[in-house]
Ligand binder design. Structure first.
Ligand SMILES: [Zn+2]
Length: 232
């Protein structure tokens, strides 16, 4: 998608929007920049740093050395672009009041009550951090429908994936490969399918688990009773 030039003087845009454009076109996703480079791009603008932080409200992920230990104090990493704030209608939709509780429930239901990024269900604990319980949220996504039409849609994400801080810096590929080797063939095939599809699919056992978790506690007890004494 073509984006406006960040330094186009005819563009009616504030420092936050221009910073977004500067990040996308000059820095590029995944790359490191310094606070000085940002300040030099916007000479004479006080609080340029703060305008950059404002982008986080629009799902932009920008890490400092507190989130990414490989960075030096003056450096930041442009991890991921969020809402294209230079598109006025999209920006307005993103700042309009949060979706209602009913809409949020519909988003969760459509995603089988699982984080679309890591697959965890609400209330489950993280495998790598058993004391942490997953809380689901509806995150906005700008979906491009055709070349000139975008719409704001929602997906279910756990708060950890949403904040972009859950990425384990010490990823261990060798360990992961060995874990995958320990799966049986059917599980390996299913994993491959999920990877190709870009999200985890709900299996019958997942759907049963999700349905179980949504039962009132009395009904859970009844179900547990049936399972326990084999009277399904
Ligand atoms: Zn997640």
């Amino acid at each position: 998608m073509s984006v406006p030039r960040w330094d186009d003087e005819t563009l009616k845009a504030g420092t936050m929007v221009r910073t977004a454009l500067w990040l996308v076109t000059v820095v590029g996703e995944g790359n490191v920049f310094t606070k000085e480079e940002h300040r030099n791009a916007f000479p004479g603008i006080s609080q340029a740093d703060r305008r950059m932080r404002d982008l986080r409200d629009y799902d932009w992920v920008i890490h400092t050395n507190t989130e990414d230990a490989t960075l030096r104090p003056q450096e930041q990493r442009f991890v991921k672009a969020g809402v294209p704030v230079w598109q006025r209608d999209v920006k307005r939709a993103a700042t309009s009041p949060a979706i209602t509780a009913k809409q949020r429930q519909a988003v969760f239901a459509a995603d089988d009550y699982q984080c679309v990024t890591c697959g965890i269900a609400g209330g489950e604990t993280y495998a790598d951090s058993p004391s942490e319980t997953a809380v689901l949220a509806a995150s906005s996504r700008t979906v491009r429908l055709s070349h000139d039409r975008t719409e704001l849609m929602y997906v279910t994400e756990c708060k950890r994936c949403r904040s972009g801080t859950g990425n384990d810096q010490s990823a261990d590929l060798a360990r992961l490969l060995s874990d995958i080797r320990d799966l049986d063939e059917a599980e390996q095939r299913r994993l491959l399918l999920w990877i190709k599809r870009g999200r985890r699919g709900a299996t019958p056992i997942d759907r049963a688990w999700t349905a179980y978790r949504r039962l009132p506690s009395e009904a859970r007890d009844t179900l547990l009773g049936h399972l326990d004494d084999g009277t399904l």
